[in-house]
Design a binder for this molecule. Sequence first.
Ligand SMILES: Cc1cc2nc3c(=O)[nH]c(=O)nc-3n(C[C@H](O)[C@H](O)[C@H](O)COP(=O)(O)OP(=O)(O)OC[C@H]3O[C@@H](n4cnc5c(N)ncnc54)[C@H](O)[C@@H]3O)c2cc1C
Length: 628
Amino acid sequence: MKMRAPDYDIIVVGGGHAGCEAAAAAAKLGSRVLLVSMQIDRLAYMSCNPAMGGVAKGQIVREIDAMGGFSGIVTDEATLQFRMLNRSKGPAMWSPRAQCDMWRFSSAWRVHLENVPGLDLRQDTVTEFILEGNRVAGVKTICGAEIRSRAVVLTGGTFLNGRIHIGEHSYSGGRIGEAASFGLGEQLRERGVEVLRLKTGTPVRVDARTVDFSVLTEQAGDEMPAKFSFSDTIPVSSQMSCFLAYTNQEVHDILRTGFDKSPMFAGRIQGRGPRYCPSIEDKIDRFADKDRHQLFFEPCGRHSHEYYLNGFSSSLPEEIQLSALHKIPGFGQAKVFRPGYAIEYDYFDPTRLQATLESRLVENLYFAGQVNGTTGYEEAAGQGFMAGVNAHLKIVGKEAFVLSRSQAYIGVLIDDLVTKGVDEPYRMFTSRAEYRILLRQDNADERLTPLAYRIGVAEEKRMRRLEEKQSYEEELKSYIENHKVEPESVNGFLCEAGTSEITQKTSLHSLLQRPQIDLSQLMKMHDGFTSFVETYREKPFFSELLEEVEISLKYDSYIRKEKENAVRLSKYDNLPLRQDFDYKSILSLSYEAREKLSRLKPSTLGQASRIPGVSPSDISVLLIWLNK
Ligand SMILES: Cc1cc2nc3c(=O)[nH]c(=O)nc-3n(C[C@H](O)[C@H](O)[C@H](O)COP(=O)(O)OP(=O)(O)OC[C@H]3O[C@@H](n4cnc5c(N)ncnc54)[C@H](O)[C@@H]3O)c2cc1C
């Protein structure tokens, strides 16, 4: 029988943050893509807090943007409040965060997707993969369609066998108000894919008209809000505030009365939840000595009264959530739009994936997002982008696109997933990255746009804009490095800034390296420099330009050292390991290393070294074998 030709090159299953990025990236590269999602008017829907970015996550959004993804652009279009977190710390820690209008976010994504040539949208539920041998060849849907493709990207989020819990009540669902999806996990299990369970939770959404804001502490956005995208989006012009609130002993006592009905404490939820993002009942239980917990009250949209009570996530019975809420100062009369709940869902062991996110067990099937055991929109979007790119590159026979740990947080994320696996929802932290000073939010374009442009996913305009910015950067740096100032012209300023006076002619660069001095102070000290900087003021990336120049000159010795370190280690790190390498025959490896290396089949020596249980002496043994 003659085989039907594929209807699409790539089918993406699921229109969450991972699926939207995957579909857009693959289509931008030239694949014919179908994005199938259960609700296409809820694309990239923000299931939890409508906020993008934050510590380490903001860096991921900038990285996606630098490579031509849409998460940064959509965030800028939907921002209600922008803050650069951790400004008081070193620049490796600076992290952009935007509170977003959740409805605008989703509708903006839809507009962008509808404008990507070669990308079709279909509202439907995928119930089965079409498998031919050990290769995926399309999908079957609940509407009875059989759609063939050369590759499939699975991004089903919290929907696969999803089960919602509120107190003793539980029902099947992918997210409140939406059905779960079934069939895919079962089919993959038959193929040897390990299907596991995780859980996450969300707090009540409150009607702000019923809250007394006078007793809450306002948290305004940055005075000069920045934005996420390196493209020509504009910063938010009218910001909304967030607010701080606090629980108290009375709130805790009421919540405690529901502990016996908690699905978690009663053991009805089997999956592990995110340790760093615990429910309010978890916090009270674990930190019994704390008499209050901080909460953030954050807007969900510009044209809605719905607010998110960050920190009050709960799966206790609804009446207990409400009674406790009413004891929080300011919330005595609060009404809620949606109750808090927990959800349990299937995820797939990510150590069964290659670094491209392709399954090792089913060829041309890619996995991205929450289904790989991560949590968070940003982590999902970053994986989705990489899966979409790699699915395209594979079917056109091109080399894979894999980012290293010294190139991107996305590299750290995927490397951690495929080498270490997860046993609780994985979220990104700056502490997971070895090369934090290299992986800054400000330089994501310099790190990644040229790589993405080379493979064709970052557009020409983005690359030219980067080159223009870099040439201005060089001019500014060279001015600062080559201009010296006399003691008598600057010592007054230096004293005022709380730093020691100079005794001889000194370069602006040396002054900038002092912790007390920044570019704005250099401008005050040196009129010539001010006039020089002013010639760049009209450039669309003026503030990013100054930020980048300041950081790269101020911290140049640290940056240089870390780069050297990365190059030195990458010599060993990137040594390839053959997939058919017979680890079991190397008896000088420890038993645990033999077992784990055979099972996980790392692609490089670096990946092998990061597998828990593989010791430095096992790595030395492998090095000897490689040299042989
Ligand atoms: C209750 C709850 C609480 C959360 N709490 C947090 C939190 O505290 N912190 C945090 O960072 N993140 C939290 N999240 C997670 C956050 O929502 C996800 O990390 C993020 O949305 C994952 O993106 P994704 O693209 O992987 O999946 P999702 O955004 O879940 O999108 C999955 C998409 O796939 C579609 N889909 C599923 N199955 C099929 C199918 N068979 N056929 C067609 N389409 C399908 C769905 O319709 C949906 O559009 C929470 C999520 C929920 C539901």
